[in-house]
Design a protein around this ligand. Structure first.
Ligand SMILES: Cc1cc2nc3c(=O)[nH]c(=O)nc-3n(C[C@H](O)[C@H](O)[C@H](O)COP(=O)(O)OP(=O)(O)OC[C@H]3O[C@@H](n4cnc5c(N)ncnc54)[C@H](O)[C@@H]3O)c2cc1C
Ligand code: SF4
Length: 494
């Protein structure tokens, strides 16, 4: 522990974000750089408490409490306080292959279970993580490290999101020859085409992929397993296969008027936007534009927030976000104590930008869409909604119920459906004969990852359902360990 009185001397402080009214005019990241002085003070706030819950990664009450990749947080907080950045970077890479991704996009369950958080705002763990790795790249400390010896074993990884990349990185480190298949034209999964550029700059994603390539991993893009290559061919040509195809089936809203023009699944909107941005800075026009339109985003989660931020950057006229749940409390509820993930009201970046521009948080809580209504050309023009309340019915079931007399009509020329995901697509799994669980995910036990098909493993959202980048990295790393054990009879991978 660097400074035993640090948590009493220094207040929690994050580097200022770019002003919301400025940043909505560009696609660059909204986070700014912290000074080393600030970071040392923030690192000094870590109490090095006896039992650091921040790195446990336990599931409590259905949510992660502590870091799912078990980052050695108190250790690198201390190293940062003492100015030993290179050692801090080495500690960070011991548990996390891609801290530059989690340091930008993770919801930081570690901070929700930080012991300082019991009486004061928690240590700025996520920002410290980001700064350590950004400094590592700036100083040139992060270089390709190909394995000294190759085992002669070949592994195919399907899907290049964070789970596929972490899995490939670990298997390559163990000396196996890894080929990653990706159906999109760029590598990265939702790091590339889900999370928008202002939250995670795509150059940051490409920088890591270049390193992995130089370490010997082969990436094949534009190739869908199960369509362009029969899944069975992977079994014939490789010693093992790891399925990291994500949970890409978006939840639709099959109500009256769904067929109208201008209603899109959120992922279509976000994917096309980033592709067009990267291909031509939007000059090709190959994206769904929100410019000059009233936008309604149905769904209050991360995906919905990204649709809000993207619409604002297009120059929409207004943006409203519907949420069926009630507004969360300002502070922890009695049934959500520390060290659980805090379910509290938060203004995420997209809502912060909308508030700065229009004066209020764009979210409308406890609302459900009954039908879409179109104009004479078949374009959506309005949404009809009803207010909801959550209560227990006569049979003891808790759920949302319509409140009579709360019907409303909302003008909208563009609607995004961001209501979550239903699980993985089934073509590849069916071709391989991989069993699915009751939620239609690839069935494989957490910690073991092997499916019912010998030599075929599954990890990330494809196995656990739509989740978080940090869980995908955790599963990719662990699936690599189990795959290595399967190939070699033993393993040294963590
Ligand atoms: C819009 C959006 C924003 C998000 N924001 C955040 C955030 O801020 N923070 C956070 O922690 N999490 C966020 N998430 C969740 C997070 O991105 C995912 O949990 C994570 O990316 C899952 O990683 P994965 O590797 O399992 O799958 P994915 O990232 O989904 O990657 C799977 C890849 O497999 C490819 N693929 C699928 N089938 C095949 C096939 N048959 N052949 C070849 N390729 C195939 C897909 O094209 C895709 O590229 C967000 C999700 C979305 C949708
Ligand atoms: S990966 Fe997420 S949970 Fe882990 S230390 Fe970083 S921000 Fe915290």
């Amino acid at each position: 522990m660097g400074k035993s009185t640090g948590f009493m001397e220094f207040r929690r402080e994050l580097p200022p974000e770019i002003n919301p009214l400025d940043r909505i005019h560009h696609w660059r990241e909204f986070q700014s750089k912290a000074s080393e002085e600030l970071l040392r003070e923030q690192g000094a706030r870590c109490m090095d408490c006896g039992i650091p819950f921040c790195h446990t990664g336990q599931i409590i009450n259905g949510m992660a409490a502590g870091c799912p990749v078990n980052n050695l947080i108190p250790e690198w907080n201390d190293l940062v306080y003492r100015g030993l950045w290179r050692q801090a970077l080495d500690r960070l890479h011991q548990t996390n292959n891609f801290p530059e991704f989690t340091g930008r996009v993770c919801p930081a369950p570690c901070e929700g279970s930080c012991t300082v958080g019991l009486h004061d705002p928690p240590v700025t763990i996520k920002n410290i993580e980001k700064t350590i790795v950004d400094k590592g790249f700036a100083e040139g400390w992060i270089v390709p490290e190909p394995p000294a010896v190759r085992t002669g074993k070949k592994v195919a990884v399907v899907g290049s999101g964070p789970s596929g990349l972490a899995c490939a990185a670990q298997l390559n480190k163990a000396g196996h020859s890894v080929t990653v298949y990706e159906r999109a034209d760029r590598i990265g999964g939702l790091l590339m085409y889900g999370i928008p550029n202002m939250k995670l700059d795509k150059k940051t994603v490409e920088r890591r992929i270049d390193l992995l390539r130089q370490e010997g991993i082969v990436f094949v893009t534009g190739t869908e397993i199960g369509k362009d290559i029969p899944a069975s061919r992977l079994i014939e040509q490789f010693d093992a296969v790891v399925l990291c195809g994500g949970a890409t089936k978006g939840r639709d809203l099959p109500i009256e008027g769904r067929e109208l023009k201008g209603i899109h699944l959120a992922m279509e909107f976000l994917h096309k936007n980033t592709k067009s941005l990267l291909d031509s800075e939007h000059a090709d026009g190959q994206y769904v534009s929100a410019e000059g339109k009233d936008i309604i985003v149905i769904g209050g989660g991360d995906t919905g927030t990204d649709c809000v931020g993207t619409s604002l950057r297009h120059g929409c006229r207004s943006v409203t976000q519907f949420e069926i749940m009630a507004k969360p409390p300002e502070t922890r509820a009695d049934n959500n104590p520390w060290p659980q993930f805090p379910r509290v009201y938060k203004l995420d970046y997209g809502q912060e930008e909308a508030k700065a521009l229009y004066g209020n948080d764009p979210r409308q809580y406890l609302i459900s869409t009954k039908r879409f209504v179109g104009d004479e050309d078949g374009n959506v023009k309005e949404l009809h909604t009803v207010g909801m309340e959550w209560k227990t019915d006569a049979k003891g079931r808790y759920g949302p119920v319509e409140v009579p007399g709360t019907e409303q009509v909302w003008p909208a020329q563009l609607v995004m459906l961001a209501m979550g995901f239903l699980g993985p697509e089934s073509t590849m799994l069916d071709q391989l004969g991989v069993e699915k669980d009751e939620r239609s995910n690839a069935k494989a036990e957490y910690g073991r990852y092997e499916t019912n098909v010998k030599g075929v493993f599954a990890a990330g959202d494809m196995r656990r359902g739509q989740s978080l980048v940090v869980w995908a990295i955790n599963e990719g790393r662990e699936a690599a360990r189990e795959c290595d054990r399967y190939l070699m009879g033993e393993t040294l991978l963590p």
